[in-house]
Design a binder for this molecule. Sequence first.
Ligand SMILES: [Fe+2]
Length: 616
Amino acid sequence: MMMSGMGNSRVLIFSLLVLATFQQVVSDEHQPLSKVAIHKTTLALDERAYIKATPSVLGLKGQNTEWVTLQYSNPKPTIDDWIGVFSPANFNASTCPAENIWVNPPFLCSAPIKYQYANFSSHGYKNTGKGSLKLQLINQRSDFSFALFTGGLTNPKLVAVSNKVSFINPNAPVYPRLAQGKTWDEITVTWTSGYGISDAEPFVEWGPKGGNLVKSPAGTLTFDHNTMCGAPARTVGWRDPGYIHTSFLKELWPNQEYKYKLGHRLFNGTIIWSQEYQFKASPFPGQNSLQRVVIFGDLGKAEADGSNEYNNFQPGSLNTTKQIVQDLKDIDIVFHIGDLCYASGYLSQWDQFTAQIEPIASTVPYMTASGNHERDWPDTGSFYGTLDSGGECGVPAQTTFYVPAENREKFWYSVDYGMFRFCIANTELDWRKGSEQYKFIENCLATVDRQKQPWLIFLAHRVLGYSSAGFYAAEGSFEEPMGREDLQYLWQKYKVDIAMYGHVHNYERTCPVYQNICTNKEKNNYKGSLDGTIHVVVGGGGASLAEFAPINTTWSIFKDHDFGFVKLTAFDHSNFLFEYKKSSDGQVYDSFRISREYRDILACTVDSCPATTLAS
Ligand SMILES: [Fe+2]
């Protein structure tokens, strides 16, 4: 291990190592951990310095989130001294991936899971060298230690390391997330634990409220560091993802309320249980009942203790999460349309993210889409060759969240939810005419019975439709280049009501539009046929906001440079409400209604009806 306690620090000899591939770790504008120059770490151990963490055992009452208090002292304090949280606690050379070669001491081969400046809550630290700090930890399958560094993030010098802290059962089943299955009457429960298939049998015990409980088996997946496509996911950002279990709860009754618990039966017969959760099953496709859907993109994660703060995730992501949790009894299903947690190759962040959204994802289906920060990596088949996934190339996203895709790697799928049909595309793979995905999109749009499921929604991460984002305007477009070139014919032909996107971190709504032209003059109260598709950018979930171009287009109806999310309400087959809410206060800042009858959906407009014959 690196060291234990404070007194014997000097006798430790560090390995001669440096990351062969650290040069690939580029600072990511969304990921605070990429600011830490781990590979430059040197030693400045001082016997007079210390850092102590209390309590050392967490989760005694079954909690998976706990606060620890740090007390620390550095005889030579500086303004940019910082504290890194490491997990596993032994952040030493023996855990380095084999591809790192031995070069120079000292060496750290893993990034902290989070950090905070030593003077964050101790303003006298610079003068006294003494401080204290409260940090929140989540149960993520391993123990923790805290290290005090001087030299800032770019030139870290290790001064002292704390005692170890651990949850009483680090392997406990945690952070369940629900998803719709491949059929309307199936819900999947996915969770994380430290129990592999040779340790225990995973299952879900569940049943209707007040009814008999049954046990359903769960499958177990994990992934190895060799499945990461590059650094930092393959190097300093790698952290063992544990085991990810999915159980399929089938033959659910429409709108029935169920409760469930996660379990692991150890081979000695002991069962390790999670707490109890509940959910409401999906309505039957076409069923006439109140149905409410929340949609947003680019949520990201932030730490409740103020650590790792970067690019406004702190207000944005946490406020969005809070507002949705507060409204949860009036929400039936959630779609997070890409750029999920911006782990960007720092895998510990996936645990943090599933912990942050647990109140939502454990209660309503939490449906995900693939974004550039999940998938993109050069030479791996992504449509864009950027470094945005930090070397993850889609693997953590595809494994951490279940989606009812034929192939989870492709990440496109459809969901029938009562009077809604959702077609979810993956903008990180080719969508143009002739591609495999184009065929899926057309099939999804074409196979819905609009008399029963009138509300047809297209979802994707990048803006394939319309956006006034400054960066698109700078490229000479108001969309992802080639975005709507082919797809607009499908949206028009199959009369898609609304197409929604993330990626651009703001909110914007268009008129019903086709080929750049508004097909309807109304702005808030649509009656009858829309004659085009309303395009919505809802990428203000939490990541730093994007600027609008200083240009007013004819199709843009409402723009908001703020954090927020959208709620869709289908009252019945004829009445629909769209609301945009700000994350800061949960209030509605933009809305519209659609009132129509079945014949309005059948109505013909430009490019929307098949040929007719004069024959009678
Ligand atoms: Fe994005």
